[in-house]
Design a protein around this ligand. Structure first.
Ligand SMILES: C[S@@+](CC[C@H](N)C(=O)[O-])C[C@H]1O[C@@H](n2cnc3c(N)ncnc32)[C@H](O)[C@@H]1O
Length: 396
């Protein structure tokens, strides 16, 4: 499991961030601060919205507010934005996110050289378990390459030299503190891959994938689990960001799992039709534009074998699951905290996308699922019908 460690069990070739005591103290402070902002200050906004603001707005509007209605969201937004609680929450969220990246870069000041040396070592090994294929000429989608997602300095595609792993190291450092600060606990020794495979085992006990593909694998936090738990399967993983993929390759090699990583756009996969049994993604949907989302969901379907399964795990920001106050807070994250696609994702109708792709309703799912202490996730996917045919575009 990827973690931040303060020396125990660490070695020069592991891909964890090695924190010293100062880093750990800063990390603890930051997580406590983020929890206070997300849970306590956010909680106060939620409860005062429900007890005071919602009834007042309902009186003004002449109807009860509907958590699914975008006009009601606009009304809620205008009212919440006027409150001091919201302004304080917004300022503290912004500040704590900036602090998070300063803390991560503080760790990299003394640990980046070691991580880079570890990557160089895995890269130069004459025999590797898996592989890494980068395409320096690939046209990167600007929504990722030119955006500092999560306000990560330089963004996911940051690199200053051909082997640079900085973006991956930053991503992992930030990710751990970010999730903990939202009250999500790491599930000891388990990744998101364990979660997906445990649900598949329950729902499709006959299903034994022999070729698995992960889309938007990032630093490969979940990827090695697929190989570990399905040792007979060939496991492939793609992402657009080279520095994240380098990190993922080194991590999988360190974990002793054979994974084939490649730089590719999930919206235009280089794989043949019907070439995988299982296609998965972890938190890719909320990092894609509303135009990109149907493209990669369709690509996943195209590369699936008949009878194959697509399983995508993402953040549970859908209206209805989140009430209006939380939708307003998320809308702020879109504008100010490096989450440009959150609202597009929250409002996306993934069932409609699968329906338009010709998937029968009884072969698809889109639902909130609990992952033990790891919180609730919005999971969607399908089992590809044996007789699936790509719908023909209607003539204009
Ligand atoms: C939030 S990160 C999730 C990474 C990883 N799955 C995880 O759980 O840590 C989203 C990932 O999707 C990748 N991504 C976004 N759009 C993509 C695209 N069109 N093709 C391939 N990867 C993409 C980003 O580079 C990033 O690594």
């Amino acid at each position: 499991m990827l973690d931040t460690v303060a020396g125990r069990g660490a070695n020069d070739l592991d891909m964890n961030l090695h924190m010293n005591q100062d880093d750990t103290a800063r990390q603890h402070f930051l997580i406590a601060l983020k929890k206070r902002v997300n849970l306590n200050m956010g909680g106060q906004i939620r409860s005062s919205f429900e007890t005071d603001i919602r009834p007042e707005l309902a009186k003004e509007a002449g109807h009860p507010l509907n958590d699914f209605d975008k006009d009601d969201r606009k009304m809620a937004k205008a009212a919440i934005e006027r409150t001091h609680k919201y302004k304080a929450w917004a300022a503290m969220t912004y500040i704590s996110q900036g602090m998070m990246w300063e803390i991560v870069d503080g760790v990299l000041d003394h640990d980046l050289d070691r991580l880079q040396t570890a990557f160089n070592e895995y890269k130069s090994r004459p025999t590797k378990l898996g592989s890494l294929t980068l395409k320096p000429d690939l046209k990167l989608p600007r929504n990722i390459s030119e955006t500092e997602i999560h306000r990560q300095p330089g963004g996911f595609c940051f690199e200053t030299h051909a082997d640079d792993i900085t973006a991956g190291a930053r991503y992992n450092g930030g990710g751990l503190m970010y999730s903990a600060g939202r009250g999500r606990k790491a599930v000891a020794g388990k990744s998101g891959g364990d979660f997906v495979l445990s649900i598949l085992r329950e729902r499709y006990p006959d299903f034994k994938p022999t070729r698995i593909l992960e889309l938007g694998c990032g630093t490969g936090r979940n990827t090695p689990s697929y190989k570990q738990l399905c040792p007979d399967a060939e496991v492939y993983a793609i992402d657009i960001a080279p520095g994240l993929l380098r990190f993922a390759h080194a991590y999988a090699e360190h974990e002793g799992q054979a994974v084939h990583f490649a730089q590719m756009d999930a919206c235009e996969l280089d794989f043949a039709d019907e070439s995988f049994d299982l296609v998965v993604s972890h938190i890719l949907g909320h990092e894609t534009t509303t135009r990109g989302l149907p493209k990669w969901i369709n690509e996943a379907l195209r590369v699936l074998k008949p009878g194959g399964i697509a399983f995508h795990v993402d953040v549970p920001t859908q209206p209805g699951y989140l009430k209006l106050a939380d939708q307003v807070l998320n809308d702020w994250q879109v504008r100010y905290n490096g989450e440009p696609f959150w609202m597009g994702w929250a409002d996306a109708n993934v069932k409609q996308i699968m329906h338009d792709a010709g998937v029968p309703d009884d072969m698809m799912f889109a639902e909130h699922m609990r992952r033990d202490e790891g919180g609730v996730w919005y999971c969607h996917g399908l089992r590809k019908p044996k007789n699936w045919a790509k719908p023909q575009k209607k003539a204009a």
